[in-house]
Design a protein around this ligand. Structure first.
Ligand SMILES: [Zn+2]
Length: 396
């Protein structure tokens, strides 16, 4: 299917170094962005679906790099069905599992841990809740697992590994397994901050610097933060990605974002929600954190959006997160909420408002946000009228 989005007011690229793209049109074909900028009337008319953006802002689909996936579109943590589809309403087109730790009675023996990761990963191969891409199957590192075990599941496509909830006496004991996961080309992630699950211990700057994962999960605390002084050390003394989560400590989220800017480490700042958890289910969580960073830490909205899109994609090696030819056609149209004081989405975000999501395109397929259901569009010409954007932001 060929899709054109025309009459775009602002194109946010997802690349924080070059946050805007020129032009007013995006064309996608069979799930891939073909061009960003301008297109002839003939090119537009040859498309199967044409969306008139009506001057609104287009951003890459948001990538939530910290979602507690289990199986299907269900979370046992809050006994809720359909939460991932609700996240699509919040502009999230990709979810990355923070490990299937919420599966009731999760196994802790090597065979069970491997089976859980492989099954979770394969269950989302052909299943896209609400159109969202889900990268599941993050192996939970526990005593007894070996490098050979990790090699075995890497062959089955598992490429995420999570340290933090294992039954080790000290967090330093994760080091050999993290190194082994790296050797098998996995992206390694480490819980950061105070213990969030009874029986697990605190993980602070010293641990992170010894373990050297790719990503410090919820560096701002999940939800309890590590000491303030550790942030600068982790930024200066490592190349670990700094994941700020919505369901974390807001003060240290702002502290970390300001430090990342000041110390030229913004490349490494990425956003996730760390939901569903005890903090709840947050379909608009990514938009909240973007608005928090922008309105409270003085980070330009288009740069905060890049931390939620292109920077996540780079750290996790995904082909989405940028509005650029050749990237996945995951695209979101946003605008200032109706009734607010701001004239466009970016000024609304700077003002601390949650941008209204007008339309979501996942893998080149238009899906529209409304009060009721997330249904694929059927008409050929669709006009996204700013005044008709939903005023109900519950995502329900
Ligand atoms: Zn988490």
């Amino acid at each position: 299917m060929r899709l054109a989005i025309t009459n775009i007011g602002t194109i946010v690229s997802g690349d924080w170094r070059q946050p805007f793209a020129k032009g007013d049109t995006v064309i996608a074909s069979d799930g891939t962005i073909e061009s960003v900028g301008s297109a002839s009337t003939r090119e537009v008319e040859a498309c199967d679906v044409v969306i008139d953006a009506n001057g609104t802002t287009v951003i890459p689909g948001l990538i939530d790099s910290h979602v507690h996936i289990t199986f299907g579109d269900y979370t046992p943590r809050q006994q809720t069905v359909g939460y991932l589809e609700s996240y699509v309403h919040g502009g999230v087109t990709t979810a990355i599992s923070a490990s299937e730790v919420h599966v009731p009675g999760r196994p802790r023996d090597p065979d069970g841990l491997k089976a859980l990761a492989v099954a979770a990963r394969k269950c989302f191969d052909g299943y896209r809740p609400g159109g969202m891409a889900v990268h599941a199957g993050s192996v939970i590192l526990e005593p007894g697992l070996t490098g050979n075990d990790l090699g075995e599941i890497a062959k089955q496509g598992v490429w995420l590994a999570k340290a933090g909830f294992g039954a080790f006496a000290s967090a330093y004991e994760y080091a050999p397994l993290i190194a082994a996961a790296r050797a098998h080309d996995m992206i390694t992630t480490v819980h950061t901050g105070g213990a969030s699950i009874p029986g697990s211990g605190a993980i602070t700057g010293d641990h992170l610097l010894a373990l050297r994962p790719h990503v410090s999960f919820h560096i701002n605390g999940g939800p309890t933060a590590m000491p303030d002084k550790d942030f600068e050390r982790v930024i200066r003394e490592s190349d670990i990605a700094l994941q700020i989560c919505t369901a974390g400590n807001l003060r240290t989220a702002l502290l970390c974002a300001r430090l990342a800017q000041r110390l030229d480490a913004f490349d490494r700042l990425i956003i996730g929600t760390d939901t569903p958890t005890g903090s709840g289910i947050m379909p608009l969580g990514m938009l909240y954190t973007i608005a928090h960073l922008s309105s409270l830490a003085g980070i330009a909205p288009e740069i905060a959006i890049a931390a939620a899109t292109g920077s996540n994609a780079r750290v996790y090696r995904l082909d989405c997160g940028m509005l650029r030819a050749g990237k996945a056609a995951d695209i979101v149209l946003i605008d200032a909420p109706d009734g607010g004081t701001q004239s466009n989405a970016l000024s609304a975000i700077r003002n601390g408002d949650i941008a209204a999501v007008g339309a979501v395109i996942t893998a080149g397929e238009p899906r529209f946000v409304g009060r009721s259901r997330n249904t694929p569009a059927t008409t050929r010409n669709i006009r996204v009228a700013a005044c008709q954007l939903p005023r109900d932001f519950s995502g329900a």
